[in-house]
Ligand binder design. Structure first.
Ligand code: NDP
Length: 392
């Protein structure tokens, strides 16, 4: 029985609040805080259990410390934006409270994400006797646990890892992003990067394309090589991996719009002067695009995210695939969010549950693959993200 403080009332915050509320034996009290408190209240109204709400600017460490001291949660679930990660970790350190997030830190003025900033907190968290669990979403998150599960149950050694993220859904809009547009576009327009033979190799954005035949009727789709944060932690914690890549599907329509927006400078993240005022084009674009939350009732189809693993067991080569399929409309019926937020929010709740039940414990800063995958894999089946595995 624990009290949790959820920070961030966007698409993911909505799912986390719903899913924590469904598990009262673990999450006995829930506080939902965000920059805009009205968004918290709107979510709280959808849930039959009482959810307390609060206003917080999580960049303000002193204010977050005051909120934590007033509410006394056992754990802070950070589902605000990656820019807030370090400030919220500072507040957790000061108050001695455990921390969890779903995306690694990214400085606002540079489209670069890396665990290095958060891994630097390890000693301080350890000395304070508290735990931080990083990247407890789907990718990163479940994909790390899938890899740990493959390693534990099916391989003596993993040689190649391909994480493949497919959104086969359709929201019917000419152009929209399924989660925060600023974060999404920064990620997609960045250079691709993969790991091979002990070194990182860069590719031009979306320049490496292959085709993958997705299971359960989704069928073949083009997949594009990108850089994604779980690659950094997985090759760090599983140094046996010789090659690791991340792939994502995009519709031709999405790529066409993105190319034009890039060509005209609308995806720039540096400020430009407009009518005497500085604006950041990508932030302006975010204001024009549909709010990802508004796509919930419109989105149909399924997501399919999983890991293809090559390696060996008992001296024999093996190729293995573990994945989850999530239906946008079913997710919306359950928690009033489409599958992208659902597949992130459910693992955030499960990660918190693992910590609060003591199944995953440690002092310091940890990634998902450092813990026993079994209780997490079991919880995925129980809480709405069942998985499947097959040998290819
Ligand atoms: P949204 O933009 O929908 O929501 C972000 C929320 O954070 C908003 O409610 C926003 O408030 C709030 N917020 C922003 N700045 C602050 C601040 N300074 N203080 C307090 N609250 C703040 O994003 P999503 O819900 O889609 O994503 C949430 C997180 O999940 C992101 O970090 C994203 O990268 C991550 N994610 C992870 C995935 C994974 O699989 N691991 C997949 C998808 C997302 P306001 O409404 O006022 O702007």
């Amino acid at each position: 029985m624990a009290k949790v403080l959820i920070i961030g009332a966007g698409g993911v915050g909505q799912v986390v609040a719903h899913k924590c509320a469904q598990v009262p034996e673990v999450f006995s009290e829930i506080v939902l805080a965000s920059r805009t408190e009205s968004k918290c209240k709107k979510i709280a109204e959808q849930i039959s259990r009482p959810i307390k709400t609060a206003q917080i600017d999580a960049m303000d460490v002193a204010a977050t410390v005051r909120l934590i001291r007033a509410e006394q949660p056992q754990l802070v679930l950070n589902v605000a934006l990656p820019y807030q990660d370090l400030a919220i970790m500072d507040a957790c350190l000061e108050t001695g409270v455990d921390y969890l997030d779903t995306a690694n830190y990214e400085p606002p003025d540079e489209a670069k994400f890396s665990y290095s900033w958060q891994w630097e907190y390890h000693e301080r968290f350890r000395e304070r006797g508290i735990m931080a669990l990083l990247g407890s979403g789907f990718d990163p998150g479940v994909t790390n646990v899938f890899t740990a599960h493959a390693r534990k149950h099916h391989f003596d050694s993993i040689e190649e890892l391909d994480i493949i993220d497919c959104n086969a859904g359709d929201h019917g809009q000419p152009f929209a992003t399924n989660f925060n547009p600023e974060i999404n576009i920064r990620e997609v327009t960045a250079k691709g990067r993969f790991y091979e033979a002990g070194a990182w190799k860069e590719t031009d954005p979306l320049s490496v394309v292959e085709e993958f035949d997705f299971p359960e009727g989704i069928g073949p789709k083009k997949i594009y090589l990108m850089y994604h944060e779980e690659l950094e932690s997985l090759v760090h914690h599983m140094p046996e991996i010789k090659k690791a890549r991340f792939w994502m599907t995009f519709s031709d329509n999405y790529l066409k719009h993105l190319e034009v927006l890039q060509n005209v400078g609308m995806t720039r993240i540096d400020p430009v002067l407009f009518e005497g005022k500085e604006i950041v084009p990508l932030q302006f674009l975010k204001a024009l695009l549909p709010d990802p939350a508004s796509l919930g009732p419109l989105t149909k189809g399924r997501t399919c995210i999983g890991c293809v693993v090559n390696g060996s067991k008992d001296g024999k080569p093996k190729r293995y695939y573990v994945y989850n399929i999530c239906d946008h409309e079913e997710a919306y019926r359950e928690v009033k969010s489409q599958a992208i937020s659902y597949t992130t929010g459910v693992p955030a709740m499960i990660g918190a549950k693992m910590m609060l039940e003591g199944k995953w414990r440690g002092e310091g800063v940890f990634n998902m693959e450092q813990f026993d995958p079994d209780p997490f894999m079991q919880a995925l089946n129980q809480h709405g993200l069942p998985w499947n595995e097959t040998f290819l």
